[in-house]
Design a protein around this ligand. Sequence first.
Ligand code: SF4
Length: 459
Amino acid sequence: MFISVLDLFKIGIGPSSSHTMGPMMAANDFRSRIYQLVATSSNNKAMHVRCVLKGSLAFTGKGHATDRAVVLGFHGYTPVALSEQDVNSLIAKLWATHSFTVNKDTVITFNPDIDIVFDKHETLPQHPNGMVCTLLDENKKILLSETYFSIGGGFINTLAEISQLNAPLKMESGKSFPFPFDSARSMLQMSQQSNYSIAEMKRANELTKLTANELDQGLDKIWHAMQRCIENGLATEGQLPGGLKVSRRAKKLFNQLHENSEKATLNDWLCAYAMAVNEENAAGHMVVTAPTNGAAGVIPAVLYYMVKHENGSIENVRDFLLTAAAIGGIIKHRSSISGAEVGCQGEVGSAAAMAAAGLCAAQGGTAKQIENAAEIALEHHLGMTCDPVGGLVQVPCIERNGFGAIKAHTAAALARRGTGDHFMPLDNCIEAMKQTGLEMSHKYKETSLGGLAVSITEC
Ligand code: SF4
């Protein structure tokens, strides 16, 4: 299996990769299909489009801005194109338009208040994040229909694609790559046989698709975007949108740490950096999927600390990202990075495993130590549920990223102090996460029907 580092880390907007970025890409894809249809049809009058959100997209889609994402997608926007825009004012304008054009002669009627349906009755059997887009004519005859699944991290599959796959993934076969590892075990074997580090193997795989220059520029762009997220979050205060009245805290915390830096701990800094990113995410601003939006603070926080406090170089950053992507790809291949599929263990747990591996690599850890670091970090997130209050990516998500970063840092340190030999292989830990996710009630998989989401007292 192969998933590019530049696909795993994607620049886009908050608050959710599966509930915002994925649905936006799906709506945008459906728009392209409409375009193709009208290009070959002479009867293009009075068409209108509907979008039915299923499963977790229906339950927490309001809080996760799925409806807004669908509007943006139908109007031709993509997450990366919006990362520099004021999305709120754009949305207000588009929402009131009640139509969109796919070419200069074809206007499709679309009233988001009526044509986006949150269907909480039936979850599609293939995946908890389903979405059905339909184009109808004036007699309500279906002209075009497609079912999409938002499978986590901003990735989407159509019904045909998801039906062909054992795991709900969209990846290339690893056969055409020099190091086609699809498990931690095969990764370690290949590293030992080739004498390549995990980052070097991942780089060699990437270079079958990209030039060295393109790869390094892509990695540097991701890192600069992550830095900007942190710095934007550290510079902003006020209340987050959505109605919970949650205040931003990262800026205040950061200022406190600066004013009294001799008393500031590693944990304090990591929390400030991670929370800064997730506050930006909750505000719907630019973030990088790492591997998801809900978990977007863990990896940037650990990287930022490494660069700002420990003199990490740009080469260290690149090795970190490549190693983290190798681990993220294995987790995505063997289990899931989607909160709707396996709970928060798949989001913040995966991010922590990736960050621990990346940090361990950047600090000169061996392949065995890196695998150990990822396993330690993931192991101590097993069973963690996804129960966001109000369906918003705020409570517990923002603080949880700080804790994910702390666990990642601790896991890398613990692994570096050992030989790499350890009891529980990473593959087994990933399998345990998958099984735990399968046995987890749907109440704890991004539906906001259980846990913290139903434990707030109104006052
Ligand atoms: S609880 Fe975890 S998985 Fe659920 S929305 Fe928040 S960060 Fe994502």
